[in-house]
Design a protein around this ligand. Structure first.
Ligand code: BDR
Ligand code: CA
Length: 335
């Protein structure tokens, strides 16, 4: 386990680059993933990618893009689609401290999956709470990779219940934050996942001495060309048909915002989790979460110049190999 490493000059503000891409998309035997998520359209693509490349031990679900009832149901719909018995665990219905100021219904649709009207899924949610499932699965399967694709409420509670959690996971990859303040919420510098539950993000950022951070800004730099993406949707299997349907609402929203290209936030975090060697540049820095600011609550504050000398717990992903990321998305869609 790589958490709690001693601090070295390299860990405090080093620049990382990976010039020799790994030729294989995943190691053998398949990587074991535990995914905390609030599906969500881009969560859906990430979950399809995870099942195409790795062993998924479970989906632990929180509120975020839409309410918990919808996110749990959407996870069950996805389990039906991939056709494997991945367990779904319902977690926290609200942030740790304050009620959220916004959801993402306007992006993902009222049901979180584009309001397509899917039938009641056959897969059922487990009885165990998501937080307990995180603690149990990380005990039973030490060395798994934890991927957080939504607000960090479940993870924060898990690490408060059992502070030894970080030592049991091989890696934690978080989709969240906006490392130079170019956020995507009503609080200008805050990104949605962190802004939805800043206290939870603070707990997790303090408890884990090492995690990969895939922020909103790197996501925007790795959007896919619309035409290329349409081609993958047309060439893919039932997963592509599904994604084309659920993606319509979010796509229209992005177009209205003048955003070009296909933005795949959670899929980028998942790609980094599955194959860390796609990262071509990363920066190791200390990152804190603003909890109070009237205009800035939920912002991720990066100590870019190491002014406070605190250990650099975040490996901030700055760029990835776009071709290899695209190949992972295509495989997720069966294209
Ligand atoms: C994040 O917020 C959600 O809307 C997406 O699913 C993604 O996890 C992007 O800010
Ligand atoms: Ca998400």
């Amino acid at each position: 386990m790589e958490n709690r490493e001693p601090e070295t000059p390299e860990r405090r503000g080093a620049t990382f680059s990976h010039p020799h891409p790994h030729p294989h998309p995943h190691p053998h035997p398949p990587m074991k993933l535990l995914i905390d998520t609030d599906p969500g359209v881009d969560d859906a693509l990430a979950i399809l990618m995870a099942h195409a490349h790795a062993d998924v031990l479970g989906l632990t679900i929180g509120a975020g893009n839409v309410g918990l009832g919808h996110t749990v149901r959407n996870a069950r719909t996805l389990v039906d689609l991939v056709g494997v018995a991945t367990p779904v665990f319902a977690g926290c219905p609200s942030p740790l401290v304050r009620l959220p100021e916004e959801d993402a219904v306007h992006v993902h649709g009222a049901d979180g999956l584009g309001d397509v009207g899917f039938p009641e899924p056959k897969a059922v949610a487990a009885d165990e709470h998501a937080v307990h499932a995180i603690l149990r699965l990380t005990r039973e399967q030490p060395g798994l990779t934890l991927v957080a694709l939504g607000p960090l409420t479940n993870l924060a509670l898990a690490v408060r219940l059992d502070p030894s959690l970080p030592q049991r996971v091989q890696r934690l990859v978080i989709m969240g934050g906006a490392v130079t303040g170019l956020g995507n919420t009503g609080k200008i510098p805050a990104e949605f996942n962190i802004g939805f539950d800043p206290e939870a993000a603070h707990v997790v950022f303090e408890a884990f001495s090492r995690f990969d951070l895939v922020d909103w800004e790197v996501v925007l730099r790795h959007a896919f060309d619309d035409e290329a993406f349409n081609g993958w949707l047309a060439a893919g299997d039932r997963r592509a048909t599904f994604f084309e349907q659920v993606f319509r609402t979010a796509r229209a929203f992005n177009a209205k915002r003048g955003r070009r290209g296909v933005i795949a936030a959670d899929a980028l975090a998942m790609a980094v989790a599955i194959d860390p060697s796609i990262v071509t540049r990363a920066e190791e820095r200390h990152v804190a979460v603003e909890l109070d600011g009237r205009l800035t609550r939920g912002a991720t504050v990066v100590d870019w110049t190491d002014r406070l000398g605190r250990p650099a717990q975040a490996r901030i992903v700055m760029s990835v190999d776009q071709e290899r990321f695209a190949a992972m998305v295509r495989r997720a869609l069966g294209a």
